[in-house]
Design a protein around this ligand. Structure first.
Ligand code: CDP
Ligand code: MG
Length: 699
């Protein structure tokens, strides 16, 4: 174990010379000079992300423009930029910076810029030839290299110096990547790893998918490793923030009672340092993860899947694998994207285990049984583009001028029904017209890093001059959960009571106004962090919501300077808020059928319940129509962040849920059609609706 407790920059620089990529520095620099497109692959941890941009910087590429590197996740972009700025001896935001959704840490001096895919796309929209860049590196390309094909075709034309595009990936799908880039060369960094022995256990079988069961088990196994294995750090894989926090709490508690004289095998080990790692963690805490622990202390990092490919932590010798991951999946039962906890794939399990063998032989403890491996785990992980809603991707493609989104050469082609679903949603929120062309509203929507429904509601509010109501709500829905629910039953009761009080104070009680009220109350408070503590609210989450709100406001102000559609509203002011929500959320509408059961009206007709965390829970009897922000699927389907509405407000919108025939929409989108053809189609649609009965009858 390392004896250093603080960053020893000199030592780290030397460390970077030990990375497998270092021997290939000159060859890589030359390869990028010689080729417009290049694929680089190498095992996770070989130094691709941190080193290649520096090599290109040293080779002088910056003199023609920035070196941009995209990351699929924001945490990766931030932490890697931090690391690289240290290696390059500059303060973060100067030569080396990052830009992620809602956080821009770059200056005029920045020449090495880490960013998320979304940020790059937004830059492409503003400047299709990417004139500020000399090189763009698409990192972890296997994750989501969807829509990038078209832009570099465009970007390479109309520039004095051609743009260099490097695509990096840890997987072996390099041939596919090379073909995608028109058959460019592939550079493979030879690996250097040590054997990892993996062991199954019988604790988790095919039926044990309850979070509480596997969290308890990983804690037990991690403690076993700590007490019975030789020195070396532990990496535990769990699925998300709340689980990770729970596991850390349990670990703290149990680690306290260890007697290091008797309980621990390796006498050099004298303590355990427990560190959580998940996406929405504050940046200063993330830094700590990469620092070597003090002498004699074993580090135990409890992480989400982010530690599997995007981030490499040095010194890890033991892996504790829960076998689960939280994934955004398109759920066809309810017709929406839902975050679900699912078993990992076998290839993912191998990748996780491999994290233990970077510097010496390692061990991987799988808490699941061989039967679980056989029965529950798929061979490979399906790329995100193939399993999630494509609305953002399709809208961006359309704004980039790709009209035929069906025949677009995707790297990982999504199923056609997902593309059709996205077209339908975009049409429903007025982002595209019947011909599949982007509308003025669509051009505005693509600027916001928010889901389309929420953006639509926000733009509606802005056009009616009441954005102050929607901006905080949009911000609150963009950060992690703000309500704290402690594990202790007594405290839980108290927290629930406080939250209920906040709800009551919010006047017209619904979950959206509740978010607004928490935001405003905290903002107005003299001691916001104390206010949060007192009300069982995550201060950290709220702080990010404040910052997100400011940034959304900036985007909106920028758009409002151009010709921004304005409307008038004559109705009751107090309705305004909910009616704006309806414009975006009418696709998520449900009506109470019997008792506490609601039925969604989007054609899926799912039976849903109001989630217990809602302010409207237990008041179902008084409700009729509601809209909701999202769904949670467990043994039941729950709707979360709920707001009662009146049928009147969605009446004119609801036909849109049914009138559009996606096949028509996409085939219209395929070719340039004449006005007459569209007119013919519209008449046909209208006739069809008549025979099916009016929307009023349907509802
Ligand atoms: O991209 P690839 O997986 O090939 O490797 P990398 O992310 O560039 O990691 C190279 C080395 O930098 C590893 O040893 C990491 O542990 C280290 N690193 C770090 O210490 N702190 C960071 N924030 C990021 C990487
Ligand atoms: Mg990497």
């Amino acid at each position: 174990m390392s004896k250093r407790t603080k960053w020893d920059t000199k030592g780290d620089l030397d460390e970077s010379k030990n990375l497998p990529i270092y021997q290939h520095k000159a060859t890589l620099q030359q390869a990028v000079k010689d080729n417009s497109f290049l694929v680089v692959t190498g095992e996770t941890g070989s130094g691709k992300t941190t080193q290649l941009p520096q090599y290109l910087h040293q080779a002088g590429f910056w003199s023609n423009g920035k070196i941009g590197i995209t990351q699929p996740r924001r945490v990766a972009a931030i932490t890697v930029a931090q690391r690289v700025s240290q290696e390059m001896h500059c303060s973060l935001g100067r030569e080396v910076g990052y830009q992620v959704r809602f956080d821009d840490c770059t200056t005029q001096d920045t020449v090495v810029k880490y960013m998320t895919d979304g940020c790059l796309l937004r830059e492409i929209l503003a400047d299709p030839v990417l004139s500020q860049y000399s090189v763009v590196i698409l990192d972890e390309a296997h994750e989501r290299i969807v829509y990038q094909n078209k832009w570099w075709d465009k970007a390479s034309k109309g520039r004095c110096v051609p743009l260099k595009v490097v695509v990096m990936s840890a997987t072996l799908e390099t041939d596919k990547l090379s073909v995608f880039l028109g058959g460019c060369p592939v550079f493979t960094i030879p690996g250097r790893t040590f054997p990892v022995t993996s062991k199954f256990s019988c604790a988790i079988g095919p039926k044990d998918t309850e979070s509480s069961v596997y969290v308890k088990e990983v804690v037990k196994v991690a403690l076993d490793v700590h007490t019975s294995e030789m020195a070396g750090d532990i990496l535990v894989f769990l699925t998300g923030q709340s689980e990770i926090e729970k596991a850390c709490d349990m670990l703290y508690e149990k680690a306290e009672s260890i007697d290091y004289r008797y309980d621990v095998q390796d006498h050099k080990v004298e303590g355990l340092l427990i560190l959580p790692l998940y996406g929405s963690m504050p940046t200063d805490q993330q830094k700590q993860i990469f620092q070597p622990p003090p002498p004699g202390i074993r580090k135990c990092v409890v992480a989400t899947n982010i530690a599997a490919t995007s981030l490499t932590i040095n010194g890890i010798k033991y892996i504790v694998d829960s076998g689960f991951v939280k994934q955004l999946n398109h759920n066809s039962r309810v017709g929406m994207d839902i975050l679900e906890v699912v078993p990992i794939s076998k290839s993912e399990a191998l990748q996780r285990a491999g994290r233990a063998g970077r510097t010496s032989a390692g061990k991987c403890f799988r808490i699941y049984s061989p039967a679980f491996w056989e029965k529950c785990m798929p061979e490979y992980t399906v790329p995100e583009i193939q399993r999630t809603s494509l609305t953002a991707v399709i809208l961006t493609l359309k704004c980039l001028g790709v009209h035929d989104v069906i025949r677009f050469p995707y790297l990982d082609r999504p199923e056609e029904r997902f593309i059709l679903e996205a077209l339908k949603q975009l049409y429903q929120c007025d982002a595209i017209d019947r011909r599949g062309k982007v509308t003025r509203l669509g051009e505005l929507m693509v600027e916001f890093p928010l889901p389309p429904g929420l953006t639509r509601a926000l733009l509606q509010a802005a056009s009616l001059g009441c954005e102050d109501l929607l901006l905080p709500v949009a911000a609150m829905l963009s950060v992690e959960n703000i309500f704290i629910r402690p594990g202790h039953p007594e405290k839980q009761k108290e927290a629930d009571k406080k939250h209920r009080q906040l709800g009551v104070q919010a006047g017209s009680c619904n979950d959206f106004t509740m978010l607004l009220s928490v935001f405003e109350k905290c903002k107005a408070s003299d001691a916001p962090s104390a206010w949060c503590k007192d009300n069982y609210i995550h201060w950290r989450a709220l702080k990010s919501a404040f910052s997100v709100e400011t940034q959304l406001r900036e985007i909106l102000l920028r758009l409002q300077k151009r010709d921004f559609p304005m409307e008038k509203f004559d109705g009751n002011k107090s309705e305004l808020f909910r009616r704006c929500l309806c414009t975006g959320y009418f696709t998520n509408v449900a009506r109470r059928s019997v008792g506490k059961v609601f039925c969604t009206m989007d054609g899926h007709g799912s039976m849903v319940h109001i989630h217990p965390s809602s302010t409207l829970f237990d008041q179902e009897a008084q409700l009729d129509w509601v809209i909701f922000h999202d769904l949670l699927v467990t043994s039941r389907i729950y709707i979360r962040t709920v707001c009662p509405i009146r049928y009147d407000w969605v009446k004119d919108l609801l036909p849109k849920l049914h009138e559009v025939d996606v096949y028509e929409l996409s085939s219209v989108a395929r070719e340039e059609v004449t006005d007459e053809e569209v007119a013919k189609w519209v008449t046909k649609e209208a006739a069809k609706r008549q025979t099916e009965g009016s929307a009023e009858d349907v509802f």
